[in-house]
Design a binder for this molecule. Structure first.
Ligand code: ADP
Length: 188
C-alpha cells in the first residue's frame, strides 16, 4: 500500500474535527489500525479525546511535539489522525511526509488562518505537500454566508491585529465570519 496525506482546513466551527472523526471511524470500521494525536495545548472539552463542537469524539493521544508521534507508531499502524495541527511546530510537516512515505494514511485537521486572516503555523506547508486538501466553511454569524475566517472577540469587541495571544483578565471568544464581516483593526 502507498501512503498519502489528507488535510482538512477551515475556520473554527467549520466541522474539521467532525470530518476528521468521520474518516477515522470509517477506517476503524474497516478494521484498520488507527492512531490519533492532538497537541497538549488543546484542552478543549477533553484531555483524552478529539471532540467536535457538536460533541462527537474519538480517543486521542495528547503529545507535546510532533516527533512524539513516532514513538506510538507500530508495525501494523495504518492510519494516523492529527487534530489542531496548526499548534505543532514546523517539524510536523516532515513527520507527516515520513509516515506517508512509509505507506501510512495521514489525516491532519487544523486552522489554515489565524484570527488575523494570516497563514497559521505549519498548516500551509502541509497543504502544499498533501495529496488531498478539503477547505471547509462555517456559517457567518453576521450574514449567514459561507465563513472562511475566525473572528476573535475580546470582551465582545473585535481583536486588534497586534493583540497578544493571551490577555490577562479579558474574556475572549471566537466566531465564524465571511471576508466582509471579518474585522482585524491594525493598531495605529
Ligand atoms: P472545527 O473543528 O472546524 O472547529 P467542529 O467539528 O468542532 O469544527 O464543529 C462543527 C460544529 O460546530 C457544527 O456541526 C455545528 O454544530 C457547530 N457550529 C457552531 N457555530 C457554527 C457556525 N457559525 N457555523 C457552522 N457550524 C457551527
Amino acid at each position: 500500500h502507498h501512503g498519502c496525506i489528507e488535510v482538512i482546513v477551515g475556520p473554527m466551527y467549520s466541522g474539521k474535527s467532525e470530518e476528521l472523526i468521520r474518516r477515522l471511524k470509517r477506517a476503524e470500521i474497516a478494521r484498520q489500525n488507527v492512531l490519533v494525536f492532538k497537541p497538549a495545548i488543546d484542552n478543549r472539552y477533553c484531555v483524552e479525546n478529539v471532540v467536535s463542537h457538536s460533541g462527537v469524539r474519538f480517543k486521542a493521544h495528547r503529545i507535546n511535539k510532533a516527533s512524539d508521534i513516532l514513538t506510538y507508531i507500530e508495525e501494523d499502524t495504518q492510519v494516523v489522525g492529527i487534530d489542531e495541527v496548526q499548534f505543532f511546530e514546523e517539524e510536523v510537516v516532515e513527520i507527516a511526509r515520513t509516515l506517508a512515505d512509509r505507506g501510512l494514511r495521514v489525516i491532519a485537521a487544523g486552522l489554515d488562518m489565524d484570527f488575523r486572516g494570516e497563514p497559521f503555523g505549519p498548516t500551509p506547508k502541509l497543504m502544499a505537500i498533501a495529496e488531498f486538501v478539503d477547505k471547509l466553511t462555517a456559517i457567518c454569524m453576521i450574514c449567514g454566508d459561507p465563513a472562511h475566517r475566525t473572528q476573535r472577540l475580546i470582551n465582545g469587541s473585535p481583536a486588534s491585529y497586534d493583540d497578544p495571544t493571551i490577555l490577562v483578565g479579558a474574556t475572549e471568544s471566537y466566531e465564524a465570519r465571511c471576508r466582509l464581516h471579518h474585522q482585524v483593526p491594525k493598531h495605529l
